[in-house]
Design a protein around this ligand. Sequence first.
Ligand SMILES: *[C@@H]1O[C@H](CO)[C@@H](O)[C@H](O)[C@H]1NC(C)=O
Ligand SMILES: *[C@@H]1O[C@H](CO)[C@@H](O)[C@H](O)[C@H]1NC(C)=O
Ligand SMILES: *[C@@H]1O[C@H](CO)[C@@H](O)[C@H](O)[C@H]1NC(C)=O
Ligand SMILES: *[C@@H]1O[C@H](CO)[C@@H](O)[C@H](O)[C@H]1NC(C)=O
Ligand SMILES: *[C@@H]1O[C@H](CO)[C@@H](O)[C@H](O)[C@H]1NC(C)=O
Ligand SMILES: *[C@@H]1O[C@H](CO)[C@@H](O)[C@H](O)[C@H]1NC(C)=O
Ligand SMILES: *[C@@H]1O[C@H](CO)[C@@H](O)[C@H](O)[C@H]1NC(C)=O
Ligand SMILES: *[C@@H]1O[C@H](CO)[C@@H](O)[C@H](O)[C@H]1NC(C)=O
Ligand SMILES: *[C@@H]1O[C@H](CO)[C@@H](O)[C@H](O)[C@H]1NC(C)=O
Ligand SMILES: *[C@@H]1O[C@H](CO)[C@@H](O)[C@H](O)[C@H]1NC(C)=O
Length: 736
Amino acid sequence: MVDRQPSFLVLQLCLVLVSVIITVRNSKLAGAYGEHAKRKLQYQADSSGFINIDCGASESYTDRETGLVYELDTKYIDTGKTHEIDPDFLSATYHRQQRHNLRFFPEGKRNCYTLKPIQGGKNNYLIRAVFEYGNYDGKNQTPGFDLYLGVNNWTRMSSAMGMREIIHVPSDAYIDVCLVNTGNGVPYISALELRPLDNSLYRIPNGALQNIYSLDLGGNNDIRYPEDVFDRYWDPYNEGNWSVMSTESALQSSADGSNYKVPDKLLQTAAASKSASVPLSLVIERGSDPNSTCYIYFHFAEIEILDNGSNRELQIEVHGVRNLSSEPVTLEYLMPMTKTSTGLPMSADEEISFKIYASEGSNLPPILNAVEVFLYIELPDSPTNFNDAVVVLGKSESKSENKNDTFAAKNQQFTYSDIVKITKNFEKVLGKGGFGTVYLGYLDDTEVAVKLLSSSSAQGYKEFHSEVKLLMRVHHRNLTSLVGYCIEGTHMGIIYEYMANGSLDQYFSGKHEGKNASILSWEDRMRIAVDAAQGLEYLHDGCKPPIIHRDVKSSNILLNEKLEAKIADFGVSRIFPIESGSHVCTGVVGTAGYLDPEYCSSNRLNEKSDIYSFGVILLEIITSRPVILTALENTHISKWVNSMLAEGDIRSIVDPKLSGDFEINSAWKAVELALSCTSQSSSERPTMIEVVMELKECLVLAMTPNGEGHPGNKSKGPRRMLSVDVNADEFSPSAR
Ligand SMILES: *[C@@H]1O[C@H](CO)[C@@H](O)[C@H](O)[C@H]1NC(C)=O
Ligand SMILES: *[C@@H]1O[C@H](CO)[C@@H](O)[C@H](O)[C@H]1NC(C)=O
Ligand SMILES: *[C@@H]1O[C@H](CO)[C@@H](O)[C@H](O)[C@H]1NC(C)=O
Ligand SMILES: *[C@@H]1O[C@H](CO)[C@@H](O)[C@H](O)[C@H]1NC(C)=O
Ligand SMILES: *[C@@H]1O[C@H](CO)[C@@H](O)[C@H](O)[C@H]1NC(C)=O
Ligand SMILES: *[C@@H]1O[C@H](CO)[C@@H](O)[C@H](O)[C@H]1NC(C)=O
Ligand SMILES: *[C@@H]1O[C@H](CO)[C@@H](O)[C@H](O)[C@H]1NC(C)=O
Ligand SMILES: *[C@@H]1O[C@H](CO)[C@@H](O)[C@H](O)[C@H]1NC(C)=O
Ligand SMILES: *[C@@H]1O[C@H](CO)[C@@H](O)[C@H](O)[C@H]1NC(C)=O
Ligand SMILES: *[C@@H]1O[C@H](CO)[C@@H](O)[C@H](O)[C@H]1NC(C)=O
C-alpha cells in the first residue's frame, strides 16, 4: 500500500492491478494448501485485540483478503452521516471493501471516534485511518482536514485517497481519533483499524511514529495480515539498477534478540547493489517540514549461502552521514536483524536518503530486505516507560460518562500563533493575576477568554499538559469550560469560555467597570451562590477522585451575561503558584482570608478547605464587605459577622446597599450556613451537598416574599435584570 503519500499515487495505480491479480491467484491456491489454512487459524488467535471498523458500512462482514471481521462504526461514534462512494471509483479502490463507503461530518468542527482497546492504555498500538473520497458528494473536490489523536495534532489529510498510520502509546484506556474541520471541506473517513504491538518495539519517548513508508525490497506484492501478525502494510519496491535476491528457506529467530516479527515472506527477498563497491541507495522525496525528525528501521537477513564461511558486512549512511565509528552490521544466514537510526532531522532538501555500503574489505555487495521510515510526532503525554503504568490520573473511569460530544468538539490544542490570532495580538486585557494575564479572544466569532501563563519553568510542562487534559474532561454547567490550550516552548495558555460580566468580586468592590450603578439583588445573590456551590459540589462529589479547587474565592466565580455563575480556575491552581497574598501561613498556598485555618496548622488539604473558602464567599455575598476588614484592625469577615450576630442584628450584617430589600428568613439561613462553613474545625463544616441543599432553600425563600416585611406585592421584573431591583426606595424597607 503505497498511498501513504500523494507522490506515490501513480505507483498506486500499478499496484492496484498487481494486487488484484495476486489476490485471484492466492484464492485459487488457498484450497490446495492445507498449510495455508492452518497458518491462518493460528494467526486468527493472534489477532485478538484488533479493532476493525468499516466507517459508514451498513453491516459487518469478514474481509476476504485478511479474514478479519470488520464491524460497523456506530458503536464508536454518534455523529456524522454515511455515504457510498461514486461507483466509477469502485474499480480503483480495488478489492478493499472498507473503501466502498465512508462516514462524513458536515456538522461540528471536531468529530471523534473513541476506541477502547482491550489491552487498555499504556500499551503500544498501531492505529490506521483509511480514506477514499471517491467523489461521494458529487462535488469532485478533495476535502482537506486534520486528524487528531485526542488533543494532539496527528496529521493533515488532503488527498483524495490515502492512509495514515501512527504507532502510539495512549496514556489512558481510551483513544480518541478525531477529524477536525479546517474550513477546507467536509472531513470523511473510510476505515479505522487498531493493532496492538509488542511493547518493546517502535518505542519513542514523548512521541509517536507516523509511518511514511514500509518497503519490501526485492518483493513483488504487498504484504499485510495474516502474513504480518501486526498487520503492518508492506509495499514491494525495486529500482532498475538493483539486483534482486530471494530464498525459499524459512527464517530463524533474530540474530540480535529483537522481535520485530517481520514476516518471512518479506525477508526472503532483498535488494542488492550491483557490486561491493556500489552502495545501495534510496532517496525519497518527502516534502514535509525540514525540521521534522525521522526514524528509520532497517530490516536485514542474509539470504544467500556464502562460501568460505564469509559474512556480509554493512555500514549505513543516513542523510550523507556515514557512521564510521559504529560497528559494521554483520549479517548471519537466515537470521533477521533490525537496525534503527535514531531521531534524525530531515535533510534540508526535504528528502529522506540513505545508503548501505559494504564495509571496507568486504567484497560482497550490500543488501537490504526491508525498511520502514517514520516521522516523529510529538505527543507530550505519551508515557515514556511502562513502569508508571499503574499511575493513572484517576479520571479514566468517569471519563466516558462525563464525556459530551459537543464539549469534546471544542477541546483543542492551539499553537502560539493561533493564540496571537485569537486574541488579535493581545488587544484587550480582561484581567491580570499572579500567574498570568487574561485576554479577550475570538474563536469562530465566539468570544473566549485566553489566559496566558507567565513563563514558568520547563518542569511545569508535563504537569500542565496532563492537568489540562484532565480538566477538559471535567464538564459541568457551573464550571467554566475549557475550550482549548496552547503549549509551545515556554508559552502556556488556556482558552476558556468567555464570561461577559466578569468576576463576582467586582460587584463587591464597586470596581465593576462602567456599571457602578448595579447592585445585585438578594435573589440574584442567592442564585449565584447556588450556581457556584453546584460547581464545587460537582468537583467534590461528581469527580472520582474528587477535585479540590484549592483557590476558591470571589474572583474565581465568574458571571455570564445572564448573571449565571460558574467556577473558574479549578484544578489549574494545583500546578501553578497561587496569586496574591500566598504567605498567610508559611509553606502553604491559598489566598489571604479564604484559607482554611486548619490547613495552616495541618498542611493537609481536603474538600473541607474548599468549603471554608466557600463560606467566606458566602459572607461576601451577604455583606459586600472585604474579607479582611482593614478598618477594624484586620478583622476577618467571619469574626465580624459572628460578633454582629451576637447582637442579633441581621440587618447590620446584610449589604446596606440593599436598603433592607431582602427576604429576612433567607438571609438568616444564609448567614448561619456561611458561619458553619467557616467553622475553625473542619469536622464542623457541612459538605458541599449539604451546602447546595441549604442554599436552594435560601433561594426559594428569596423568591417567595413572605409579605411580612413587604407592604404590597413586589414587582421583581425580569429575573436577572438588576436595574429593576436597584431602585428599592419605592418600597419601604422591611422593618422587623
Ligand atoms: C496539524 O499537523 C499537520 C501536519 O504536520 C499540519 O499540516 C497542520 O497544519 C496541523 N494543524 C494545525 C491546526 O496545527
Ligand atoms: C540507481 O538508480 C537511481 C535512480 O533509479 C539513481 O538515483 C542511482 O544513482 C542509481 N545508482 C547507481 C549505482 O547507478
Ligand atoms: C527550522 O529550524 C530553524 C532553526 O531552529 C528555524 O530557523 C527555521 O525557521 C525552521 N524551519 C521551519 C520550516 O520551521
Ligand atoms: C573463498 O574466499 C576467497 C577469498 O575471500 C575467494 O577468493 C573465493 O572466491 C571464495 N570461494 C568461493 C567459492 O566463493
Ligand atoms: C555512531 O555510532 C556510534 C556507535 O554506535 C554511536 O555511539 C554514535 O552516536 C553514532 N554517531 C552518530 C553521529 O550517529
Ligand atoms: C451533551 O450536550 C448536549 C447538547 O448541549 C446536551 O443536550 C446533553 O444533555 C449533554 N449530555 C450530557 C451527558 O451532559
Ligand atoms: C458611574 O458613576 C459616576 C459618578 O457616580 C457617573 O458619573 C457615571 O455616569 C456612572 N457610570 C455609569 C455607567 O452609570
Ligand atoms: C451583564 O452583562 C450584560 C451584557 O454584557 C450587560 O448588559 C449587563 O449590564 C451586565 N450586568 C451587570 C450587572 O453588570
Ligand atoms: C448550574 O447548574 C444548575 C443545575 O446543575 C443549572 O440549573 C444552572 O443553570 C447552572 N448554571 C449555569 C450558569 O449554567
Ligand atoms: C399579591 O400576592 C397575592 C398572593 O401571592 C396575590 O393573590 C395578589 O393578586 C397579588 N397582588 C398584586 C397586586 O399583584
